[in-house]
Design a protein. Structure first.
Length: 195
């Protein structure tokens, strides 16, 4: 157990929060483009068209390819959104440090009394035959969640070290693109806002 009495945590609907952030940015004069895939060539064009370009394209940042930035040090993560009884975790987050055969942590982040995001992230080397989906299934069994219904499956990368270069000319890398992943939950949206 870790004493978190001095730690302030908020759980919210990320989609609604991001929409509010976009509205605030647009009210301050920013142009927000969504659902417009950007290639490295298009990024070079955008650099000429705008005073500043913010790259929030995630751990596989477009800027990394466009400017041949060094590889990002990252961990692999897998997560399920489960439906079941999570009332015992109301107002809490559960984080479990994993032992061999993988180095990392698992989490149970309740979204409501009946739904939670449950996943794990691996840091460091793993044995060749080890598969993250299989380890997530093992984690679900250990946590007594293996009979809950899987609503959504996702996987991704968690940056574990910032990039050496986060500004290239007039392009600013933020959040996961800059390698700023949160050590608590693996996401980059909060660090993107801060950066």
């Amino acid at each position: 157990d870790v004493d978190c009495t001095r730690l302030n945590l908020w759980m919210l609907d990320r989609r609604i929060w991001q929409q509010a952030l976009a509205r605030e940015a647009m009210a301050r004069g920013c142009e927000v483009l969504e659902q417009h895939p950007i290639t490295p060539d298009r990024l070079h064009e955008l650099k000429k068209e705008y005073d500043w370009v913010i790259d929030a394209s995630g751990a596989r940042a477009v800027s990394a390819a466009a400017f041949r930035l060094s590889n990002l040090r990252k961990a692999v993560a897998a997560q399920y959104t489960l439906e079941g009884d999570f009332s015992n975790l109301a107002g809490k987050l559960k984080i479990v440090v994993l032992d061999a055969p993988c180095s990392g942590y698992g989490w149970v982040f309740p979204k409501s009394g009946t739904q939670a995001n449950v996943g794990l992230g691996w840091f460091g080397k793993k044995k060749e035959a080890l598969r993250i989906k299989g380890e997530l299934e093992t984690f679900l069994r250990k946590e007594g969640l293996d009979r809950y219904r899987v609503v959504r499956r996702s996987a991704g990368l968690i940056p574990i070290r910032p990039r050496e270069k986060t500004v290239v000319d007039n392009v600013i890398l933020i959040g996961d693109a800059a390698g700023f992943g949160s050590p608590l939950h693996g996401g980059g949206i909060d660090t993107a806002c801060i950066s």
